[in-house]
Design a protein. Structure first.
Length: 384
């Protein structure tokens, strides 16, 4: 296993991290298959993976409930006596915070669920611009300082799926140790994007990547045109291998998380990680990936530049985000992951189904898009 430093913390973390949001299950998402999941973790640790990522709601019935991922991990690490072999990362469910005591209560609960007296990397989960001021008012940054000072957490970080400008603002507002962003070869200009990644790394943060395979779709739903490019290449790699190699080529990335739920996936990703050195892709390989990106980008149907001139929509719709999800959905035959994000990230009022067709947005659109028609397509693809 190769290890990299987690930014300025200097901690040596495995370049492949175990994402505990998609553990093997028995039927329903809340029911973790404890035997299979334990075997996977045993194997991962034996092979040198030392970073595990979980969060309060993972493997729960909804984001408002505590899920079983933390509980399973706590039991696993205690029963196997392997707590000291791993950096444990979990997250504070920021959307559940109503008052100051909530922060303390969640951390206390999480330490208990994880059966540990410290968490290595404690992240504010899924920061969104619309909640940030509320969190600052609650004193979330002082809370992090206190928890670091009394040793309940070692390092403080955050995760976010929001846009670059907001993420840069968050990065400027505290001495973070690390952050977790979505990134893969199709997301250079989505969410934090390359700009956010570079900005975080320049500030000395360790950067942890989530959704390296865009939730699996980059491996599972390869368009024939893309498959042809892979097949024609003299280098034979699986789509997952290409996607991981693209990320490990970037020296600013510390850990790439993967939600592996079979031994085959774990073994494949471990094998790929053996060659995951920074700057290890040749120019030929990079060109090939550029070709693949171009094919995916050719599937973009709405040329929205996300300038935001169309906003605010009188009905409250987040027009640029709706169009961005429409574009992402158009890239894949199975776009269920994109649909999940559409529902997870946007409030009911921000979704396309609320359009009253007033047309104000079209008068303001810098790209002269027929936004009302595009929003109808969003509803067709995603539902209301
Ligand atoms: N903070 C946040 O808001 C947030 C959000 C998302 C994720 N995360 C964290 O980041 C972790 C990684 O994200 P992710 O799970 O979305 O990662 P991902 O790697 O983009 O997607 C995981 C899926 O990829 C597929 N996969 C993995 N390895 C494969 C391989 N070698 N070949 C083919 N398919 C493969 C599996 O899909 P199938 O099961 O369909 O085979 C797996 O469920 C999560 O587990 C979680 O810990 C955090």
């Amino acid at each position: 296993m190769l290890y990299r430093e987690m930014g300025k913390t200097g901690e040596k973390v495995s370049i492949l991290g175990f994402g505990c949001m998609r553990l093997p299950i028995r039927g329903s998402y809340v029911q973790i298959d404890v035997e299979k999941a334990s075997n996977l973790l045993d194997y991962a640790l034996d092979q040198g993976i030392n970073y595990m990522d979980t969060a309060y709601p993972y493997h729960g019935i909804s984001t408002s409930h505590g899920g079983n991922s933390e509980i399973f991990l706590g039991e696993y690490l205690t029963e196997s006596s392997r707590r000291d072999e791993v950096y444990l990362a979990t997250k504070l469910p920021t959307w559940r915070l109503e008052n100051e005591e909530d922060m303390e209560n969640f951390l206390t609960q999480q330490l208990k669920r994880l059966q540990t007296d410290y968490i290595d990397f404690y992240l504010l989960h899924s920061l969104k611009e619309k909640q940030w001021f509320h969190l600052e008012d609650l004193g979330v940054l002082d809370f992090l300082d206190d928890a670091v000072a009394d040793g309940r957490i070692k390092y403080a970080g955050f995760s976010s799926h929001d846009e670059t400008d907001f993420i840069k603002e968050v990065l400027d507002s505290y001495q973070w140790d690390m952050c977790q962003i979505q990134y893969n070869y199709l997301d250079e200009n989505i969410q934090a994007g390359k700009e956010g990644l570079d900005y975080a790394a320049e500030k000395g943060l360790g950067v942890v990547i989530m959704e390296p395979l865009k939730g699996g779709v980059l491996a599972d739903y390869v368009p024939p045109e893309v498959q042809k490019i892979w097949d024609d290449s003299p280098l034979k790699r699986t789509p997952a291998e290409w996607a991981f190699r693209y990320l490990w080529d970037i020296s600013k990335i510390s850990v790439v998380l993967s939600g592996m739920n079979t031994l085959e996936q774990l073994q494949e990703n471990l094998q790929t990680a053996e060659n995951g050195l920074p700057h290890s892709l040749t120019s030929l390989e990079r060109n090939l990936m550029e070709e693949v990106k171009e094919v995916y980008q050719g599937k973009i149907s709405v040329e929205c530049s996300k300038c935001g001139y169309c906003m605010p929509c009188p009905s409250g719709i987040n027009i640029p985000q709706c169009l961005s999800y429409l574009n992402q959905a158009g890239m894949f035959e199975d776009y269920s992951e994109v649909k999940n994000q559409y529902y997870f990230m946007l409030k009911d009022t921000e979704r396309a189904g609320n359009c009253l067709e007033c047309g104000l947005c079209e008068e303001l659109c810098s790209q002269h898009l027929a936004i009302r028609e595009e929003l109808k397509k969003v509803v067709c693809k995603m539902g209301n």
